[in-house]
Design a protein around this ligand. Structure first.
Ligand code: DGL
Length: 295
């Protein structure tokens, strides 16, 4: 099999790199730019505890939120390739920015030349699908990284499934840094949490449903709730993604057979474990011992 190097947004060059991914069943890969994907992994494990999981956080290169399409694609493709090499047949991009900027290109261009039988799934579709059931006013607010907002992936997905539904998008450039630095509970976080929520609700006071379109944001949830009027519903992205994965594996038994079920989790980070483990342990509510890798 061959791998591709992308030199510009639409140009691909095939290079003669042999990829020998292990063919035996392996863990389910869960990828994020940093810690945020742990909020998705936590819910996936609750819904599907029987499987083995391999988590990869690209903490050394996080945040992805303000990076260009090309860079987010390159970083995400490297991570997916690494998880495939380590035996995963199914990888979840537990990152909205990677799902918005890289998923489509990975599905259309990387998988066909790397291994068409492996699968990469994102978090945007499962989040959007539920909107028809939960929003009465059909006015949705999106809080996300600048990258996700500027990709308009949520807007496009909503227009496809629910034409006529209103979406107002708000960039929250300070929220991921607050989480990655462990400042999400601090007093300083209040200013930026309130600021972006106020801006969003000023732009559309009719919003009745809020998408936290970044997997880091559940860590800010107590403060987000504090500054959001009580009648607005905040969607739990982790649970939605977990339910959608459960349904996917039910509908694709041949993929389920290629996922090992020992109930284990292994953590990889591109940062040093000394930095990753304390915060990751806080997120997962259990001691985490990661290994460092380079991509
Ligand atoms: N956790 C990621 C997301 O869901 C991105 C954070 C970042 O690296 O900016 O968008």
């Amino acid at each position: 099999m061959r791998s591709s190097l992308r030199t510009s947004h639409f140009q691909y060059h095939i290079i003669a790199v042999e990829i020998n991914y292990p063919s035996q069943p392996g863990p389910i890969g869960v990828f994020d730019s940093g810690y945020g994907g742990l909020t998705i992994l936590r819910e996936i494990r609750k819904a599907l505890p029987q499987y083995d999981y391999l988590y990869l956080g690209d903490n050394a290169r996080a945040p992805y939120g303000s990076r260009s399409f090309d860079i987010v694609y390159d970083f995400t493709r490297e991570a997916v390739d690494e998880l495939f090499r380590r035996g995963c047949h199914l990888v979840i991009l537990a990152c909205n920015t990677a799902s918005a900027k890289a998923l489509r290109t990975i599905q259309q261009h990387f998988l066909p030349i790397s291994d068409p039988d492996r699968r990469v799934l994102g978090v945007i579709r499962p989040t959007v699908e539920i909107l028809g059931k939960v929003s009465k006013k059909r006015h949705i607010g999106l809080l996300a990284t600048p990258g996700t907002v500027r990709s308009h992936s949520y807007r496009m997905e909503i227009q496809k499934i629910y034409p006529g539904m209103e979406i107002t998008e708000q960039e929250c450039p300070m929220w991921v840094p607050l989480v990655e630095t462990g400042e999400f509970n601090g007093d300083g976080a209040d200013y930026f949490v309130k600021k972006y929520i106020d801006q969003l609700l000023l732009a559309d006071p009719e919003i009745d449903t809020l998408i936290l379109g970044c997997t880091h944001y559940p860590l800010l949830l107590p403060k987000i709730r504090q500054y959001t009027p009580g009648h607005i519903r905040i969607l739990p992205q982790g649970e939605l993604v977990a339910e959608s994965l459960k349904d996917y594996l039910r509908r694709h038994p041949s993929m389920a057979e290629r996922c090992t079920s020992g109930g284990t989790v292994e953590y990889l980070t591109t940062e040093s474990p000394e930095r990753f483990d304390p915060l990751a342990s806080l997120f997962m509510n259990t001691p985490i011992h990661s290994s460092r890798i380079t991509l």
